[in-house]
Design a protein around this ligand. Sequence first.
Ligand code: HEC
Ligand code: HEC
Length: 398
Amino acid sequence: MSTLLFASTQRTIGWVLASVVLVGMGVYLLFSFRIGKREVGSEIDLAPNRVRHADDDELETRFLDRNLAWSLVMLTVVSLILPIYWLMEPARQDNAAYGWVKRFEGRGARTFEEACVSCHGPGGVGGVAQFTIADADGGFVAQVEWKAPALTTVLSRFDESEVRRILDYGRPGTPMPAWGLPGGGPLTSQQVHQLVVYLRSIQLTPEEAAAEVTSGLQFGARGIVTARDPGLTDADDIDAAIEAWLAQAADPSSSDYAAYGELLFNNPAAQGANSCARCHTPGFSYGASSKEATAELMAEWPRLAEAGVLTGYRPGAGHVGPALVGIETHFPTAGGHEDFVRTGSEVGAGYGNARPGTGAMPGFGGRTDDLDVIGTVVRSRILTPEQIAAIVAYERSL
Ligand code: HEC
Ligand code: HEC
């Protein structure tokens, strides 16, 4: 903001200088032609070479001094303006570039309003997409409500080139369509870039991101504590029981540790944005989030099972991401497994047991990105190292 003010201050100074020059020119013209002061017959002047001028004494003293003094003033002005210009130019250039980024953000916001809000919600807080699931031959299977994740932590999980890739090509097999020209969508690469710049402006602070993950954990823990103690009805008692359960379940030696990891894996907050299940558990995004819920869904849409799209609640059986069953063969140690969940995959870079990465696996441990103009930005981590360890322990138990 202050840099923007600085830019407009410079502009104001420019206008003041221009006005002073214009007024000065006007005054000069007025006096040098003595407009309105001419008397009748005054055009019959003596020729300039016959007008009496100062004598040598005066020319070599007062006249000379005055001209030298003015030369000194002008020289000072010129020699000051050049270094000042030189000093201010980098700031001016930065301000101009910053202004462009702000303009991109505004245009991205407008495109978001038109193209994305219907599914991802205003400000990218998450929403729902109506989606028709078809079988391999294009036959109707089911009409479902598919959770569109919040986009307010997406730049923590993916770097900007990975987000651009998602926008360009969409996510096949889900309601997320291809938006960029390379994927057959309507948006130019500049519009896609503007959308990414807009996404920067809606990312959560580290505290907000942590609170979002915690709210999903509390929601899951509520189900556990009320099922264990049906006598719990008072809201304050339930809240206290939730806090107590979460505090002890986060301890690796707790018998609830796996359940804690499972809650994190299935985190429902922000339409599942911070969960693993939406990409690794079939049907999770449209309601297959537990044995009972999945059975209900399959009863409502029998073709889901017939077409082999959803054959039961199979956590970690694979969807956008691969099946996580038997993960020990790819990550022999929990430490390597945790590192991968922290950083995610990179396009073309091998991971785990030398598997080729597509960049589609997000990283959950936060990231540092180097952006032009903006400089280095630090993106909030989604999960703490302890939370990642709990998820990994759960995954390795699948
Ligand atoms: C028809 C609904 C729909 C529209 C319109 C839509 N999206 Fe999506 N988008 C989704 C769904 C659903 C997902 C999650 C897919 C999945 O289950 O993996 C998604 C995923 C994403 C992701 C990946 C998020 C992540 O954390 O994995 C990004 C980024 C994204 N959308 C951005 C956009 C932008 C930007 C627009 C507008 C140009 C847009 N989407 C328009 C439905 C939509
Ligand atoms: C947006 C979708 C998405 C989400 C969300 C996601 N993953 Fe993945 N995951 C993938 C993809 C895709 C791969 C395959 C790697 C690649 O293509 O680069 C993968 C691979 C993995 C692998 C390696 C599997 C193997 O054996 O090759 C592990 C482990 C994993 N994910 C764990 C997790 C955990 C833990 C979470 C949640 C904290 C999570 N994933 C969330 C998409 C996702």
